[in-house]
Unconditional design. Structure first.
Ligand SMILES: Nc1ncnc2c1ncn2[C@@H]1O[C@H](COP(=O)(O)OP(=O)(O)OP(=O)(O)O)[C@@H](O)[C@H]1O
Ligand SMILES: [Mg+2]
Length: 364
């Protein structure tokens, strides 16, 4: 997948213009507040998902204007394509001249893997962030998976509500048995799917991390789940059900469910130490990058198309070797990297530099 050019009009602070992109690396350079992230954000809206900054439609339109319009020329599915997006209070999307019912119609047609500083929570944050990452990645490949999550969360909420009721109610124990069985069955399917995905993610992440760190550091991933038998969903369900039964008294005392797929984690270690507690800033950044690029590689294997890589503000905290890897050694990727430091640009062997100043572009 290759983004050829992007036209924007009335998009945040960007001056109406068309920017052409290189097939390899595109460095978007400029001082703070000039429009670098705005350009990357505009490009990524063509993936059909909401702004990676979580912005509302009204925020995307230049102040004082009524609409924003963008047009993307791109190569995917072995042909040149064009997509058009008009943003008012809603988004109107057109793909190759055909109006789509919603911008979500772009999903799967133009794909990007995005690194933004907010993603650092994947390593720095709690286990919920890592479960969210796994669940989102798995959902992209297995359309039935989101339904499992909805089902699990529904049963969990009902079980928790039930735990808060008086346990002296007639039939309390047998009702709880039913919740436990349902929770265990659905939780086991989720855990086995996550374990299977992590098994595939491991190799790719290790390989990419090795490249980013020039072999100096070693990353390991492990899906941590106290009831998993990776070879059998039934065995996993039985193990979870036994745990739920064994800890029923403490669940009742606390009014919540302490075991299950909602407590699992993806353990990330660097050089055999937990990344969250021991890794340096640059190592943490490299972990997140490797995880995201590995996710994109797995998606590519499934869909046959490599997403573009959009790396916003990734360079700070990375040493020269790591920066060099992103600038010059991401073979086969079309990369968009924003940076503030002019020295970074000097390290680029080939590719395009797009300078942004007050929303206007200078190409070099
Ligand atoms: N809807 C809008 N209308 C007009 N200007 C906007 C709008 N939304 C954001 N801006 C302006 O865009 C600029 C921010 O652009 P952006 O976030 O792309 O900066 P950046 O170049 O990525 O900076 P940094 O290096 O700090 O990340 C700010 O000056 C902000 O006021
Ligand atoms: Mg920015």
């Amino acid at each position: 997948m290759i983004a050829r050019s992007l036209f924007t009009q009335h998009y945040r602070n960007l001056a109406p213009d068309t920017v052409e992109f290189a097939e390899g690396v595109n460095v978007i350079s400029g001082q703070n507040g000039q429009g670098k992230t705005n350009l990357l954000e505009a490009l990524c809206l063509f993936t059909g998902v909401r702004s990676f900054r979580g912005a509302k439609n009204a925020e995307l339109i230049a102040r004082g204007e009524k609409f924003a319009r963008m047009e993307l020329q791109f190569f995917a599915d072995q042909r040149e394509q064009n997509a058009d997006l008009v943003i008012t209070d809603k988004k109107q999307a057109t793909l190759n001249g055909v109006k789509l019912a919603a911008a979500t119609g772009f999903i799967g047609r133009f794909c990007a893997v995005v690194f933004s500083p907010d993603n650092m929570s994947l390593v720095k944050g709690g286990s919920a962030e890592r479960r969210r990452f796994l669940d989102a990645a798995i959902s992209q490949q297995f359309p039935a998976y989101p339904r499992l999550l909805v089902e699990y969360n529904r049963i969990l909420a009902q079980r928790n509500a039930f735990l808060k009721k008086s346990s002296s109610t007639a039939g309390f124990e047998s009702m709880l048995d039913i919740w436990d069985e349902n929770l265990a069955r659905t939780g086991a399917k989720i855990a086995c799917k996550r374990a299977e995905y992590v098994a595939r993610l491991c190799g790719k992440t290790e390989e990419i991390f090795d490249g980013i760190s020039s072999g100096r550091d070693c990353i390991r991933l492990r899906y941590s789940c106290g009831f998993l038998n990776p070879d059998s969903v039934d065995e996993t369900a039985r193990a979870l059900q036994s745990q739920l039964e064994a800890h029923r008294a403490s669940d009742l005392a606390q009014g919540c469910t302490n075991y299950g797929a909602h407590r699992d984690d993806l353990h990330i270690s660097v050089n055999d130490m937990a990344a969250r507690s021991y890794a340096s800033q640059g190592q943490k950044r490299s972990c997140v990058l490797a995880l995201k690029l590995a996710e994109a590689s797995l998606l590519e294997e499934a869909a046959g198309e490599r997403p573009i890589a959009v790396l916003d503000d990734v360079m700070s905290e990375l040493d020269g070797l790591r920066q060099d890897y992103l600038l010059n050694h991401m073979e086969g990727w079309q990369v968009f990297i924003s940076c503030c430091d002019p020295h970074t640009v000097k390290g680029l062997d080939k590719g395009r530099v797009i300078e942004v100043e007050d929303g206007k572009f200078n190409r070099r």
